[in-house]
Design a protein around this ligand. Structure first.
Ligand code: NAP
Length: 298
């Protein structure tokens, strides 16, 4: 069995590491805020002192951190994983970051005999906990074949979509669908509220129909309960939409719906709501309409 290192024990990393340990893999963990490693050492994981130390005890290094500079820091920085790595090692980046930067990092690592797969995930914190993530993988076919059994421990739909960077590009496609579905769910619930419908029954009636979506069923239910705790924060969602809009600009594409939603989230960030879940997008619609979903007129 491959020895694993896992860097980044945030909302997503935590669930993934639990499932890797459950599957029986020996795991070394590292997290910037060291106290987050305690729950895993209690389960038999080894705590590393740096990403380099984590890599020195592993055959395969996985990371799930916030943004492009954070991945660059934990893989290539001063005490980054590359400094503990042997030739033949494979890195799997589960974060959502820039496809362009991913291709550059893959080329840098290849010069050291190290492989890099971009393997961003979708399925929310629930998917990470349950091991049912969708994982979109870019990189070399033989690296994918090596990583697949490990990815099976954390995901359900695992697709090798193409060369380095394609996993990240596919994830950006996914992010347009997520925010567009959330906007649609918000508008739909707003109409339901204004029409005096029972919101729980409305969700039950339409959730499994042709207009249903993961965002409606999971996050719509949270909206009705006025529960805006994050599975995925607005701040990270905005990072993804920035990546989508940068890619669109490079390709000369008018992604007007995404640009509108990015604008709504910017307003919410300015109101100090960046730490709330991305379903708080409905608050932008509530501000415009003066109606609170699940709470009557504002
Ligand atoms: P999170 O809960 O905010 O966790 C972020 C993790 O990254 C933490 O472990 C944090 O360490 C670490 N980190 C950030 N900057 C770092 C740096 N410069 N050096 C070292 N460690 C750093 O975020 P998350 O929701 O787990 O998301 C992680 C990644 O998964 C993001 O790329 C996100 O877009 C993607 N993703 C998230 C979801 C979701 O539903 N949440 C779904 C799909 C994909 P500390 O503990 O020290 O802060």
């Amino acid at each position: 069995m491959e020895r694993l290192a896992f860097i980044g024990l945030g909302i997503m990393g935590r669930g993934m590491v639990h499932n890797l340990l459950k599957a029986g893999y020996p795991v070394t963990v590292w997290n910037r805020t060291a106290s987050r490693m305690d729950e895993f050492t209690a389960l038999g994981a080894r705590a590393a002192t740096s990403p380099a130390d984590a890599a020195a005890h592993a055959d395969l290094v996985m990371c799930c951190v916030s943004d492009t500079p954070d991945v660059e820091r934990v893989l290539l920085g001063e005490d980054g994983a590359v400094h503990g790595a042997q030739a033949g090692m494979l890195f799997i980046d589960l974060s959502t970051i820039s496809p362009k930067a991913t291709r550059q990092m893959a080329a840098t690592l290849r010069a050291h005999g190290i492989g890099l797969l971009d393997a961003p995930v979708s399925g929310g914190s629930e998917g990470a906990e349950r091991g049912t993530l969708s994982i979109m993988v870019g990189g070399e076919a033989d690296d994918f074949a090596r990583a697949e059994p490990v990815l099976r421990a954390i995901g359900k739909t695992i697709t090798h979509v193409g060369a380095s960077g394609s996993g990240q590009s596919t994830k950006l496609v996914n992010q347009i669908l997520c925010v567009a579905n959330m906007l649609a769910a918000g508008e739909a619930l707003l109409l339901a509220q204004a029409s005096g419908l029972d919101l729980g029954k409305t969700l039950q009636a339409v959730g499994g129909g042709a207009g249903g979506s993961w965002m409606l069923v999971n996050r719509g239910a949270q909206v009705i309960r006025r529960d805006f705790r994050p599975g995925f924060t607005i701040d990270l969602q905005q990072k993804d939409l920035r990546l989508v809009l940068e890619a669109a600009e490079d390709l000369g594409l008018p992604l007007s719906l995404t640009a509108t939603i990015h604008g709504f989230y910017s307003v919410l960030q300015r109101q100090g709501l960046g730490h709330e879940g991305n379903h708080a997008l409905v608050k932008a619609l509530e501000n415009l309409s003066g109606i609170t979903i699940g709470g009557g007129h504002a």
